[in-house]
Design a protein around this ligand. Structure first.
Ligand SMILES: Cc1cc2nc3c(=O)[nH]c(=O)nc-3n(C[C@H](O)[C@H](O)[C@H](O)COP(=O)(O)OP(=O)(O)OC[C@H]3O[C@@H](n4cnc5c(N)ncnc54)[C@H](O)[C@@H]3O)c2cc1C
Length: 341
């Protein structure tokens, strides 16, 4: 890859089991689009730091990367932001990327602020949109601001790289295509792998239900449920459809359901095949977490509720009348519905 041209670098994420985090491929696809908009010669590199990679190292190439920079070291078996920052500082100095992106996962959120400070550049966190400005070639970084009440577009005109993090599921994973690319294993100074932190233990988060962010069907409830028990009805519907239950922030604050289920600006971003919103008004902060869902069904008794405006199917009425009927119909017509979803 030509280091002189304006390149896009992506700090990909490898999970503790050695598998690529899907957000890496989402960002690789977006990185390709941005590179193509920058110039014909702009390339995309994906940096992977891990203990040992279990996926095919060339996987990102099929999603738009020109090269994969792989750093495998025992000190990276568990994410170590301190080591990752040192590695990335070296790579940024060497390669001078125009744009540097990472998923807004806990790892990306730890590494990128420190990296931006070391590179003396800006960082736009949690972007919901990225594009290249015509004429200037600058990265337009879009994100909700002021509590989600405005959508801001941020530019970094004077410093490089232009750095942004993007929440997983914001962009779709592109279709893989057979492409050729390089694998680079950089030789880094031993000092890069020294760390003041030591990983003593790792306890994975335990939850019997599938995480809401990975579900293909999400049945979400809001304050319109009126009581915690209302989530039982949503659980019943979600179980029938093999989905998970989502929630709005006020229901989480009311302790009706744990935070892991919260969808929105300060919760999870989901992009399922079907998102059903029951008793949810459709505040911008909630929409920020679900508006890329493929089909949105709203159930709200207020015909003016904003959620109806973005829904593909808007059901105006009492959720306690509509959902039991829906459950009954699904039970009666199970076979047909399974096929449709
Ligand atoms: C910085 C910040 C971050 C935030 N982050 C998030 C976030 O991550 N996620 C999030 O969800 N919110 C978030 N919020 C809160 C957000 O602004 C809204 O307050 C919240 O989304 C509203 O939740 P709701 O729809 O459950 O409640 P409400 O707005 O009170 O809506 C309840 C709806 O239920 C309907 N309803 C009532 N009874 C029935 C019935 N029987 N049948 C059918 N419909 C009925 C009503 O018509 C109403 O539209 C955030 C706010 C801020 C300031």
């Amino acid at each position: 890859m030509n280091v002189q041209s304006k390149n896009v670098m992506i700090f990909g994420e490898v999970r503790t089991n050695g598998r690529l985090h899907p957000a890496t491929l989402e960002l690789t696809g977006k990185g390709r689009e941005l590179a193509d908009a920058l110039s014909d010669s702009a390339g995309v590199s994906v940096v992977l730091c891990c203990g040992k990679l279990e996926d095919d190292v060339l996987l990102p190439v099929h999603y738009g990367a020109d090269e994969v920079i792989l750093v495998e070291h025992p000190s990276l078996s568990f994410p170590n932001p301190e080591v990752a920052v040192k590695i990335l500082v070296t790579l940024v100095k060497e390669r001078q990327p125009e744009i540097l992106l990472a998923p807004a996962t806990p790892q990306g959120r730890c590494v990128f602020p420190a990296l931006a400070a070391k590179c003396r550049t800006g960082l736009t966190a949690d972007c919901t949109g990225l594009e290249i400005e015509r004429g200037t070639g600058l990265l337009l970084q879009t994100r909700p601001a002021i509590g989600g009440n405005v959508i801001a577009t941020i530019k970094t005109p004077n410093h490089r790289p232009q750095m942004a993090t993007v929440r997983p599921k914001t962009f779709a994973v592109p279709e893989p295509r057979p492409r050729k690319g390089e694998v680079v294993r950089p030789s880094l100074p031993q000092e890069s792998f020294q760390s003041l932190t030591e990983n003593l233990d790792f306890t994975p988060f335990q939850d019997k239900q599938a995480p809401v962010r990975d579900a293909e069907v999400v049945i979400s409830g809001g304050k319109g449920l009126r009581r915690a028990e209302g989530f039982g009805l949503l659980r019943e519907l979600a179980d029938l459809l093999g989905g998970s239950v989502g929630a709005t922030r006020p229901t989480v604050e009311a302790k009706w359901i744990p935070y892991a289920h919260q969808v929105g600006l300060s919760g999870q971003v989901v992009s399922p095949k079907v998102y059903l919103a029951a008793g949810i008004s459709g505040a911008v902060q909630h929409l920020a977490g679900m508006q890329t869902s493929r089909k949105i069904v709203s159930v709200n008794k207020d015909p003016e509720a904003p959620i109806h405006k973005i829904a593909d199917i808007a059901l105006c009425g009492d959720l306690y009348e509509i959902l039991p009927q829906l459950i009954q119909r699904i039970r009666e017509e199970r076979g047909t519905l399974d096929v449709e979803i």
